[in-house]
Ligand binder design. Structure first.
Ligand SMILES: Nc1ncnc2c1ncn2[C@@H]1O[C@H](COP(=O)(O)OP(=O)(O)OP(=O)(O)O)[C@@H](O)[C@H]1O
Ligand SMILES: [Mg+2]
Length: 329
């Protein structure tokens, strides 16, 4: 396996619209995605964050080729997406392992399905080592922890050498410590293979910790609000002022924090409205141009205090606090 060359391809989603019939009335249509445009460069790791129902999974299903859009285009490199393909790996919150198969057989399932097990059998051991499960090759899924199961699911997707790996809340069911460890695991896999990755997460800290860019989606109808670049070197410090500043900025964009009556065009200091197309050119302003209110939040205690206060004053504060990544206070 090459250690540095990118296995990934670029991904382009252009003006994608997706409607669904309403569950109550088939004549009424729900607009799940209202003209979504986003691009991911080859080897890039991009996260999507947004409230429940904003269309994140719908977008991933369209990219996976499991569903088709009402209008718009989806491309992997210069090839249009029209059907599912092993070149687009998909990993969900539930690892969905075959309970009757060992770890080895779960990982090689894709090779069996494609009829290439004989020639690629040597790769199974490589991928077992890559995810640190060589000692568990003959274990069954019920012998594994949640984090180990999710590593099997990642290996099972990666062994097909996907050009794009689509991750839909893959760490969402793990406890906080396992989740942080697995974030490092996924980053290690990404750095080893440079597979293009698109990660859906509700966890803003996870998005900042892992991503090159973060796409913020808003619901009703689902659309891209902004795209934010994360310029910090890895490994990132979760308590650094820049990390906390980004967290505050994203919470503001999602309307979970700050002044709800504030003009939305000024809500996100440092994020260019031009960034909504997901192009890598978007970025934050230099700190000296930042909104003084946000600068005040940049001290750790100030940021945590003001965000918790803002979250607590709203409906569903427990859930929002949980998603904010702030400690209970
Ligand atoms: N097969 C379907 N039929 C009808 N409506 C659907 C279907 N799939 C999704 N929707 C609707 O599309 C919208 C977006 O759903 P989607 O599952 O993509 O949201 P999401 O952002 O992934 O949410 P969550 O964070 O809860 O997973 C929702 O209003 C949902 O009810
Ligand atoms: Mg979803």
């Amino acid at each position: 396996m090459s250690a540095s060359a990118s296995e990934g391809s670029s991904l382009r989603v252009l003006g994608v619209v997706k409607e669904f019939p309403s569950p109550d009335n088939a004549n009424v249509r729900t607009l799940a995605l209202a003209g979504v445009t986003v691009s991911v460069a080859a080897g890039e790791l991009v996260s999507i964050v947004g409230p429940s129902g904003c269309g994140k999974s719908t977008l991933l299903r369209l990219i996976a080729g499991l569903d088709s859009p009402n209008s718009g285009e989806l491309w992997i490199g210069d090839v249009p997406i029209i059907a599912p393909s092993a070149e687009r790996g998909l990993v969900f919150q539930d690892p969905n392992l075959f309970p009757w198969l060992t770890v080895r057989r779960n990982i090689q399932a894709g090779l069996v399905a494609r009829g290439v097990l004989q020639e690629k059998r040597h790769e199974v051991d490589e991928f077992l080592r890559l995810v640190g499960l060589d000692a568990f090759a003959n274990a069954f899924p019920h012998h594994l922890s949640g984090g180990m199961s999710q590593r099997v699911a990642l290996a099972r997707a990666l062994i097909n050498h996907p050009k794009v790996l689509l991750l839909d809340e893959p760490l969402g069911a793990l406890d906080a410590f396992t989740r942080m460890r697995m974030q490092d695991e996924v980053l290690r896999l990404w750095q080893a293979r440079r597979t293009t990755m698109l990660l859906v997460t509700h966890d803003i800290d996870e998005a900042i910790y892992m991503s090159d860019r973060i796409v913020i989606m808003t619901p009703s109808p689902g659309r891209i609000e902004r795209t934010i670049s994360v310029a910090q070197d890895r490994p990132r410090q979760r308590s650094s002022p820049e990390f906390l500043r980004l967290r505050g900025e994203i919470l503001e964009l999602l309307h979970f924090a700050g002044n709800a009556t504030r003009d939305r065009s000024t809500v996100s200091p440092g994020v260019s409205p031009d960034a909504a197309d997901g192009s890598p050119g978007d970025d934050r302003k230099p700190p000296e141009q930042a909104d003084p209110a946000m600068v005040k939040q940049n001290t750790q205690s100030g940021a945590v205090h003001s965000l918790r206060e803002a979250l607590s004053s709203r409906k569903n504060s427990t859930s929002l606090l949980r998603h904010s990544g702030l400690p209970p206070g």
